[in-house]
Design a protein around this ligand. Structure first.
Ligand code: AP5
Ligand code: MG
Length: 185
């Protein structure tokens, strides 16, 4: 089994690229953000706990997302691996993941902060995500990324598992860069 971490700041294009990646490599796409939004929409206790944190642009507790991932690993069959989109997002989550499985590689889609804001502003009109609507919340997501998530770059680089992809350019251009990196893994 392959375990790919799909890494990158908010709005980098993780969700956009995931579809083609899961198809090409027969992977199960696990986006912790999407799983949490589904819990919120269903009004579960977990969703209620996550809602105010997400809508303020803060992370939900490590234990919550770690539990979600672990149960998906247990329950999913018929794939050659997993594409973890937006997980791990803290060093603690990365350590927890290392206890569950051996990560194959971290595919990191990188874009500058200015492009993050542009892409999220564009998506706000299309998807209506609550955490895209207010610029203070988007700013907090970017700040949270730099403070808590960016340290994972060194974590995976020192493990020899970090593959950085230039996330600027068209969706198709970025996809081809991802495929040429992943075809070698
Ligand atoms: P999550 O849903 O993961 O949000 P995020 O990390 O902020 O990432 P996004 O989904 O915003 O960006 P994306 O990279 O998927 O971009 P997309 O492809 O949509 O998490 C939401 C929240 O949940 C977190 O803030 C946190 O509270 C909580 N959470 C989730 N995981 C957690 C964890 N592990 N621990 C704790 N809390 C967690 O693209 C963006 C837009 O750009 C789209 O409109 C797209 O069409 C466009 N676009 C993409 N690529 C291109 C391109 N090349 N050219 C032009 N436009 C493009
Ligand atoms: Mg996404």
């Amino acid at each position: 089994m392959k375990y790919y971490v799909l890494f990158g700041p908010p709005g980098a294009g993780k969700g956009t690229q995931a579809g083609a990646m899961v198809e090409r490599y027969n992977l199960c796409h696990l986006s912790t953000g999407e799983l949490l939004r589904a819990e919120i929409a269903a009004g579960t206790p977990l969703g209620l706990q996550a809602k105010s944190l997400i809508e303020a642009g803060n992370l939900v507790p490590d234990s919550v997302v770690e539990g979600m991932i672990e149960s998906k690993f247990r329950d999913t069959q018929g794939v050659d691996g997993f594409l973890l989109d937006g997980f791990p997002r803290t060093i603690a989550q990365a350590r927890a993941l290392d206890k569950m499985v051996e990560v194959t590689g971290c595919i990191s889609i990188m874009i500058p902060d200015s492009l993050i804001q542009e892409r999220i502003a564009h998506r706000a009109h299309i998807e209506g995500r609550a955490d895209d609507a207010r610029s203070e919340v988007v700013q907090n997501r970017i700040a949270t990324y730099h403070a808590k998530t960016e340290p994972l770059i060194d974590f995976y680089r020192s493990a020899g598992k970090y593959y950085e992809i230039d996330g600027t350019g068209t969706i198709e251009e970025v996809r081809q860069r991802i495929f040429s990196a992943m075809d070698k893994l």
